[in-house]
Every structure is written in structure tokens, then in C-alpha cells.
Design a protein. Structure first.
Length: 270
């Protein structure tokens, strides 16, 4: 093999790396564009609070999306710098994070057809699944990440923690709104029962993410924030049983995070 051929292959590999990282940046910025397009052209507004559903957080709490999108854009800018081109972890995050950021636009597109559309659930499955893959790859790459500059390391953990924490819980909020739109009651014995199952499933998925993320405090914070928001709505609407269950869900998230972090510390894992 000639040196010229080897150089050509190396250049092609570098081009693919830069292309993948650039796509992440474009899709992250596209979250702002898709939000503007939704606000201007969507025939339906996103509803929130107990007036809409007992376990949908109050409207002001959805301001967390501003923090989530800002953090994801900061990460996408940092990962595209030429100085960090040689990074296996950043490369392995290209596909799952591209799916997450594209998923945000797809979710808004589905929501424009109606917030209770089953299509929104399919998009959330994509987003949450991509987050699970991303966190697994982050956990597997902690040795490399430990050597990064603090700004890169902190931005990755913050952006992925709060994004996954909010969306993994929002998926179950969406399950509840779709079920309600399909005719499921939100009060009475049956209404309380099916919503308790949704809350239990949300707590279970949160524990899975706590384990996948190695006890990410940022994930626990965002997931707890979502559950507390749902609890506020339930309390305001007089759904005491649901509010208590959501409080238990928060305790489970926090408790599992403490346990996982303690086990990691005992094993000497950073």
C-alpha cells in the first residue's frame, strides 16, 4: 500500500468524522428553528397543568427546555472543534445525539397534529432510546472523558443528564395525555389506577437511567424536577393519591442515585 493511498484513506476518515460532528451541530441548532416554526405555524398549542391532565407539570416548569436546548447546543459546538477531532467517545455519540436532536423536531411536528396524538409516543420512544444508547457509551468511555478539559466534561454530563432526565419522564406524561385523549378517565378508581401504573413505570425507567448513567446527579435532578412538577399539578387538582405516588417516585430516583454513586465510590470508579 502506497503512502499516498494511506493518506487518502486517512483524509476520508477525517472527513467522515467532521461530517458527523457537523450534523450534530446542525441538528442541535435546528431545535431552535423547529420551536420557532411550531410557534408560528402549528394549529395547536401545547397545553400543561392540571387543567389539561393531573400529571402534567404546570406551564412555567417547561421553561427547562430553554436550559436543555442551550446545553445541547453548547455541547454540539464543543465537540466539533478541530482540537478534539481525535476522540472515540465523541464519535460514538454522533448517531444517538443526532437522533435525540432530530427527535425534538419530530416531536413538535407530531404535536402540531394534536398533543394527544399517538405519533408523539413513537417519537418519544426514539428520543428515550437514543438517550439510553448515549449514556451507555458515555459510561463505557469514562476513562477517556476523565482526561478532557473540564468545560467539555461538565457540558457533556450536564447536557445529557438534564435532557435524558426531562424527556424520559416526559414520555410517561405523554403516555397519560394520549390515554386521556383516547377516553381513559382521570378520576375515580380506574382513573387513579391506570395513572398509578404510569407513575410506577416512570420511576422504573428512571432507575434504569440512574444505573446506565452511573448515578448522574444531573439526570436525577431533571427527572425529580419533572416528577415534582407532576406532583404539584396533582395536588392542585385534589388528586392526593397521585401526588403521594409522585413523591415516592422522587424518593426512588434520589435513593437509587445515592446507592449507585456509593457503589461506584466503593469500587473506586470515577
Amino acid at each position: 500500500m502506497s503512502a499516498l493511498t494511506e493518506t487518502g484513506r486517512t483524509a476520508a476518515s477525517v472527513d467522515r468524522v467532521l461530517l458527523g460532528r457537523a450534523i450534530v451541530l446542525v441538528l442541535a441548532l435546528g431545535q431552535i428553528v423547529s420551536n420557532v416554526v411550531f410557534e408560528v405555524f402549528s394549529p395547536n398549542d401545547l397545553q400543561s397543568g392540571v387543567e389539561f391532565s393531573p400529571i402534567v407539570p404546570p406551564g412555567p416548569m417547561f421553561a427547562i427546555w430553554g436550559v436543555i436546548i442551550t446545553a445541547s447546543i453548547l455541547w454540539s459546538v464543543l465537540q466539533v472543534r478541530p482540537s478534539v477531532r481525535d476522540s472515540a467517545v465523541r464519535d460514538r455519540l454522533v448517531v444517538p445525539l443526532s437522533l435525540v436532536y432530530a427527535g425534538f423536531a419530530l416531536w413538535l411536528a407530531a404535536a402540531s397534529l394534536g398533543q394527544q396524538s399517538p405519533l408523539t409516543l413513537l417519537v418519544f420512544v426514539l428520543i428515550v432510546g437514543a438517550h439510553a444508547v448515549a449514556w451507555r457509551r458515555i459510561t463505557q468511555g469514562r476513562a477517556e472523558i476523565a482526561g478532557w478539559k473540564p468545560v467539555d466534561r461538565i457540558t457533556l454530563y450536564v447536557s445529557q443528564g438534564i435532557y435524558a432526565g426531562w424527556t424520559s419522564m416526559a414520555f410517561f406524561v405523554n403516555v397519560a395525555t394520549v390515554a386521556q385523549g383516547a377516553g381513559a378517565p382521570n378520576d375515580g378508581v380506574w382513573g387513579t389506577t391506570w395513572q398509578l401504573f404510569v407513575i410506577a413505570a416512570a420511576a422504573g425507567v428512571a432507575v434504569v437511567f440512574v444505573v446506565l448513567s452511573g448515578g448522574s446527579a444531573f439526570y436525577a435532578l431533571a427527572a425529580s424536577y419533572a416528577l415534582v412538577g407532576a406532583g404539584i399539578s396533582s395536588s392542585l387538582g385534589g388528586f392526593t393519591v397521585l401526588a403521594v405516588a409522585l413523591g415516592v417516585g422522587v424518593a426512588i430516583v434520589v435513593g437509587s442515585t445515592v446507592v449507585v454513586r456509593a457503589l461506584r465510590a466503593r469500587r473506586g470508579v470515577g
